[in-house]
Design a protein around this ligand. Structure first.
Ligand SMILES: [Fe+2]
Length: 156
């Protein structure tokens, strides 16, 4: 059964869902990175950052679901295993980070990576005439560019 929404080309949406799976995988890695930062952060800024990281991963969880369900809406299949996420992921993985500066640097680096994948996906969406996906990605881009500015400001 052809599950591609009316007005979209299956060949275009296939390339797009692949790119969205790369984005989904990046978001899953980012989610786990930020969760790790929430757990491992130490020092005088503990309360501020512990809370901020919780805010980030809670928001990320919602975005992950939106991407996966967008892939399904396009007739694709969202990646859902750790092995698939690692295969598609392009983001840096953080491990045992407890210092505030290192933690924020990881967030900044991951946000830049996600924004890059989103821009490529947005190009595919525009090429496919897929306004629904383009809208979702544009919304993510605007939000993450703002978050990136804030964390860069934090770094001084
Ligand atoms: Fe917690």
């Amino acid at each position: 059964m052809n599950l591609v929404p009316p007005g979209l080309e299956p060949t275009h949406t296939q390339s797009l869902t692949q790119q969205l799976n790369t984005l989904l995988s990046g978001f899953q890695v980012y989610y786990q990175n930020v969760r790790g930062l929430h757990w491992n952060i130490r020092g005088r800024q503990f309360f501020e950052l512990h809370l901020k990281f919780e805010e980030l991963y809670t928001d990320t969880q919602l975005k992950i679901d939106q991407i996966a369900e967008r892939i399904l809406s396009l007739g694709g299949r969202p990646a859902h295993t750790f092995s698939a996420y690692l295969e598609h992921n392009t983001l840096q993985i953080g491990s045992d980070i407890s210092g505030a500066e290192a933690a924020v640097h990881l967030v900044v680096d991951n946000l830049k990576g996600l924004i890059g994948v989103e821009r490529t996906a947005l190009e595919w969406a525009v090429k496919a005439g897929d306004d629904g996906t383009a809208d979702l990605l544009t919304q993510f881009l605007g939000e993450q560019e703002k978050t990136l500015w804030m964390f860069n400001a934090w770094l001084g």
